[in-house]
Design a protein around this ligand. Structure first.
Ligand SMILES: Cc1cc2nc3c(=O)[nH]c(=O)nc-3n(C[C@H](O)[C@H](O)[C@H](O)COP(=O)(O)OP(=O)(O)OC[C@H]3O[C@@H](n4cnc5c(N)ncnc54)[C@H](O)[C@@H]3O)c2cc1C
Length: 395
């Protein structure tokens, strides 16, 4: 079967390629590929380097940051199918739109859906990357069970006072603003007493303590709130209605993840072929079979992704996305480990100065664990598949 885009998509794709050929920063040529979290491999060590900020602003100014948005929000009113064409082309070139996804990926769609007019005015800067946002959902005792969050916000006249702790807050050390999910009614059932507040990260009483990944990069942090005063008008939506917004935020996060997951997996498998060739293992029957199996898995996942996308485009929910999220991250992890195996003793060397290919396979193996946790762990995705796809009862 041959699948091809229509005329409109072809023209759209040509325009996109012309733009990318002209404007893509050279830094991407070093290849933020495989399991890649781009910021981890930036030489400057900055979480959001200056060139990446300039790139995001360029995308916005040319209407290529979120093509489905109108021009004033960094888009060009593209259709859903054109958005897919866009995401695939970026992923194929291993080019990231941004080094900090919360602002454009989670905050903006949530504010457009639930925010008041004042809050909606924060969207252009979030999409252009002029404001860096972080998301304060997880806590030491509330991750998969997000509704168990305990950070407390108490109303005091025209402000809320926040006390508590968040953890794994990506970009907290560089963010100007945070979406903080807080408990505003401790007596209500746990899903019903949660609210969402917009908090400026330089407010007195906020302490950010960076946490390091296995790969040594520090991309997330613990965030402590001690008597942090926030104007009452910073609430998004209604008091105690924050759970509804969390569901929107997570859906926005997952909707585009599968394309990146599949393209990343394709790139990982191509990388395995290169390693096998370089190490003279490309004629080894067992290696050929293993890599062919991963290639087959990546191709099937792409086909399944298209199927889910078709339902999503027609307005139905796409539980396939849960499977895609779980499968692309788990197979990606296995593929990175296989890359280390193919490298023999070099597979144990993470130091970019001494390892083969800058220690890439080892470091990406470390990072690949994060992909199986962030945005909902594999076990949670399996629960969703069991209940919503297979119709099994809750355990
Ligand atoms: C790279 C990265 C970036 C992140 N960025 C952010 C961020 O910006 N903001 C933020 O708020 N959070 C962030 N997180 C946190 C992330 O959302 C949580 O780690 C995730 O939801 C899991 O929660 P937890 O770590 O508390 O693990 P837990 O929920 O404590 O789970 C521990 C283990 O138990 C399993 N488990 C839990 N419940 C079940 C169940 N019902 N059935 C079967 N197994 C179960 C889990 O799968 C996991 O293996 C990030 C995480 C990572 C890895």
């Amino acid at each position: 079967m041959h699948l091809a885009w229509g005329e409109e998509e072809v023209t759209f794709h040509e325009e996109l390629c012309a733009f990318l050929d002209e404007h893509t920063p050279p830094e991407f040529e070093r290849g933020f590929d495989y399991a890649g979290e781009a910021g981890d491999t930036d030489e400057s060590g900055e979480v959001v380097p200056a060139w990446a900020r300039a790139w995001q602003a360029t995308l916005f100014d040319h209407g290529w940051m979120i093509p489905a948005y109108p021009p004033e929000l960094g888009g060009r009113n593209a259709t859903l199918v054109q958005t897919l064409v866009y995401l695939e082309e970026l992923a194929r070139r291993r080019v990231l739109r941004s080094f900090h996804y919360p602002g454009y990926g989670i905050v903006s769609p949530s504010l457009l859906e639930f925010g008041n007019d004042e809050q909606k005015r924060l969207v252009p800067a979030a999409v252009r990357g002029d404001t860096i946002w972080c998301i304060g959902m997880s806590e030491p005792n509330a991750g998969s069970d997000l509704a168990g969050l305990q950070t407390r916000a108490t109303r005091d006249g025209d402000r809320f006072i926040i006390n508590g702790q968040k953890v794994w807050t990506s970009y907290a050390m560089v963010a100007q603003k945070c979406f903080v999910y807080v408990r505003t009614d401790p007596d209500a059932p746990k899903h019903k007493g949660i609210s969402l507040l917009i908090v400026d990260m330089d407010t007195p009483g906020i302490e950010v303590r960076p946490l390091r990944h296995l790969s040594r990069a520090a991309h997330f942090a613990e965030v402590f709130f001690t008597d942090v005063e926030v104007p009452a008008e910073n609430i998004v939506g209604e008091v105690n209605d924050g759970w509804r917004i969390t569901q929107g935020s997570l859906a926005h996060e997952r909707a585009g993840l599968w394309v990146e997951g599949v393209c990343r997996l394709d790139a990982t498998v191509s990388g395995l072929i290169e390693v096998a060739r370089r190490r003279g293992l490309d004629q080894d029957a067992a290696v050929r079979r293993d890599i062919a199996t991963m290639y087959e898995q990546a191709s099937s996942l792409r086909a399944l992704g298209y199927k889910g996308f078709a339902s999503f485009a027609q307005g139905s929910s796409a539980p396939e996305h849960s499977y895609m999220k779980m499968a692309t991250s788990e197979i990606g992890k296995a593929a990175c480990e296989y890359g280390m195996q193919l490298q023999g003793a070099y597979g144990l060397v993470a130091d970019p100065e001494r390892g083969e290919e800058n220690g890439r396979w080892t470091n990406y193996f470390f990072m690949s664990f994060a992909n199986t946790i962030a945005g909902g762990s594999s076990e949670i995705q399996r629960n969703i598949i069991a209940q919503r796809v297979l119709g099994l009862p809750r355990s």
